[in-house]
Design a protein. Structure first.
Length: 338
């Protein structure tokens, strides 16, 4: 957290590759009020990357940039919140607009994240070849895509119910604000988590027009889950974050402590999910699903060690995708059966 990806810490990026004259290797560079030693600066992108061609090519590049396929992280939890709200399967119209809202929200947040972190991504060796810093797509195109995605969220909220529509600007504000939190607080992991944690709460509000303690606890569980795996992801950028004065749990406390913190957050996540299952009178299928989720989380943490971060991407992208789908399938089955 800090929840794709800040976990995001490689957030953002837009514009052209840093010219060698703008980032000389022989002297310090100032960024965000920090003086960055010359040795922390990577070489400029050699010649950049050819810009994407027509509209379709630019859209494809943008979707790849924001890992569009990883919308799978938020959708299962949103649908679970919706099913708990109606104690069954929502209408297909509701499902359609929920999906539009979730995709619009995530696309707006991720694209703006890349825009906000353009200068950081240009400097980070791990992220400087992303489409924006390498010049494959323009800042104008990325801004237009962000606005269109935000409009989709607002439209979907309008189609769901009045309260969802009124709250949509609040949701957008949180999604946009997250991109700047790493500059001043290590709680950016939790803020990212809340961006995904809003999804089941928003779905419940969209179908019920009110909120309940159960769905708040579910949102809290998603927040802890996302913050936990974002802390793991941020371990890759400890040196870079230190050089630029960016904030994260790994940078503040070290990688070993950060991995322990991530594990604690995931234990608390399971505690909240068990509480929700009991409050909502869910049965053995939902509880069995949580056992599988616990096993996958254990495997995720076994993949990453302080001395070996080479499998972070496998832990982040693959395992978390399985967790979200498995959670939804088992809880949806339990809700439908009961």
């Amino acid at each position: 957290m800090s929840a794709d990806y800040v976990g995001p810490v490689p957030q953002g990026g837009t514009g052209q590759a840093v010219p060698r004259e703008a980032a000389p290797r022989g002297g310090p560079t100032c960024l965000m009020g920090q003086t960055v030693p010359s040795q922390a600066m990577p070489p400029a992108v050699p010649g950049g990357v050819p810009a994407a061609g027509g509209l379709i090519a630019k859209l494809r590049t943008t979707l790849e940039m924001i890992k569009f396929e990883h919308s799978i992280f938020a959708l299962p939890f949103a649908l679970t919140g919706a099913m708990l709200a109606v104690r069954g399967w929502p209408t297909w119209r509701q499902v359609l607009w929920l999906m539009v809202a979730m995709v619009g929200a995530r696309s707006a947040a991720m694209t703006f994240n890349r825009i906000a972190d353009l200068k950081l991504d240009e400097l980070n060796p791990r992220t400087r070849m992303r489409p924006l810093p390498s010049g494959q797509i323009s800042l104008r195109f990325a801004l237009g895509f962000t606005l269109l995605s935000a409009a989709l969220l607002v439209l979907a909220a309008h189609e769901l119910n009045p309260l969802a529509f009124k709250l949509s600007p609040v949701a957008l504000a949180v999604l946009i604000a997250y991109s700047y939190t790493k500059r001043f607080t290590l709680l950016s992991h939790v803020v990212l988590g809340s961006c995904l944690g809003m999804s089941p709460i928003a779905a419940w509000i969209a179908l019920r027009g009110e909120v309940s303690l159960s769905v708040l606890l579910l949102g809290g569980a998603v927040t802890l889950w996302t913050a936990g795996f974002d802390i793991i992801y941020a371990c890759q950028d400890v040196d870079f974050d230190h050089a630029l004065g960016l904030h994260s749990v790994p940078r503040r406390y070290g990688i070993t402590a950060a991995l322990y913190a991530s594990a604690i957050l995931h234990v608390l996540m399971l505690v909240l999910l068990v509480t929700v299952a009991r409050r909502e009178n869910l049965g053995w299928i939902a509880l069995l699903g949580l056992l599988f989720v616990a096993a996958l989380l254990t495997y995720e943490h076994a993949l990453v060690k302080p001395s070996d971060l080479s499998r972070v991407n496998a832990a982040f992208f693959n395992v978390n995708g399985y967790i979200s789908v498995l959670f939804f399938v088992t809880w949806a089955a339990d809700i439908l059966i009961h």
